[in-house]
Design a protein around this ligand. Structure first.
Ligand code: GLN
Length: 309
């Protein structure tokens, strides 16, 4: 198979879904808010989008789910496109080795979070995007709608309200960073934006398409450029090293692709220059990554030989 020929993705996706169906042990849905705890861990969907927007899928690939931390990739890209390298003065790009909602490193590092994909870092990115656009969550939603071609994508108000009601830890992170001068906006207003951001509902098909700009080296679905080629590489690199929290090393080892997970059970992944993937299954492992999702991506790169390595 040459580098430019297309894979027959459908039989590969069918095979993965059958293997996942036979695999016992799916982990447990996130239980910090009721809306996520109610998800059936046996649900599974997977989609592959080619660079031209052709999408293939299997299982629950058109079922909307709670995107959660997957949105951190898009807010990072949207902010980086606006402010460029200045962003990195406010958030680092090193793996944290700590859970996604950890506070521990912030004090040693003067309120500058390790990377944009742990909650502390994502709060900084959303804060900066909010300063630049007035409405970071709205900016995100518009982008996701345009890239996926799905104008009905929306926030889930119940999830956003639940996040707010259970938001003490994120509030602590934001206030702590504000004490170091690393948050510009009022913390309650920032948290409102961040929780709405986390609450976006989208399907595997929507998210595989919306991630396409990272496989097209920064080019959006309409052919316009969001990121420079170098910035697209940078976002992919941060996904590879930090996208699955304190399991990023294991994810790189098993899957070999830049990826980003969310506690809703979704994971997006990028094969630069080739395709994007999104997989969803709500059962999580102890680090907050979808058990069947990681397994399915592992099988995908093994069966196809596609990876960044
Ligand atoms: N809304 C979640 C939180 O901020 C998102 C976390 C995640 O998906 N890892 O706690």
């Amino acid at each position: 198979m040459t580098a430019t020929s297309s894979y027959a993705y459908e039989p590969i996706l069918e095979r993965i879904a059958e293997e996942i169906e036979r695999t016992p042990g799916r982990g447990r849905p996130a239980d910090y808010i009721p809306a996520l705890a109610a998800c059936d861990p046996r649900r599974f969907g997977m989609a592959v989008a080619e660079l031209d927007g052709t999408v293939y899928g299997v299982g629950d690939w058109r079922q909307p789910f709670s995107t959660q931390s997957i949105t951190k990739v898009f807010t990072l890209a949207l902010d980086l496109a606006r402010e460029g390298d200045e962003l990195w003065e406010h958030v680092g790009r090193e793996p944290s080795g700590n859970p996604f909602n950890s506070l521990v490193q912030l004090e040693y590092e003067n309120g500058r979070p390790r990377n944009p994909f742990i909650n502390a870092g994502a709060l900084v990115v959303t804060d900066r995007l909010m300063t630049r656009t007035g409405d970071a969550a709205g900016e995100l939603l518009t982008f996701l709608r345009e890239e996926s071609g799905n104008a009905s994508l929306d926030f889930d108000k119940e999830v956003a309200a639940s996040e707010t009601a259970n938001g003490d830890r994120n509030a602590a992170l934001a206030h702590f960073m504000a004490s170091y001068g690393n948050i510009d906006n009022d913390v309650p207003a920032l948290l409102d934006q961040y929780f709405r951001q986390c609450s976006v509902e989208a399907s595997c098909a929507d998210l595989a398409l919306a991630t396409g700009f990272l496989a097209r080296h920064g080019i959006r679905a309409d052919g316009s450029r969001l990121l420079t080629r170098s910035q697209a590489k940078q976002v992919n690199a941060v996904m590879l090293t930090c996208g699955t929290y304190d399991a990023a090393g294991d994810f790189a080892y098993r899957v070999g692709l830049p990826g980003k997970s969310g506690v809703g059970g979704g994971i997006i992944a990028v094969v630069p220059g080739r395709c994007t993937l999104c997989v969803w299954s709500p059962g999580l492992d102890e680090r907050g990554n979808s058990v069947a999702g990681v397994a399915a991506l592992d099988r995908f790169t093994t069966l196809t030989g596609l990876s960044v390595f």
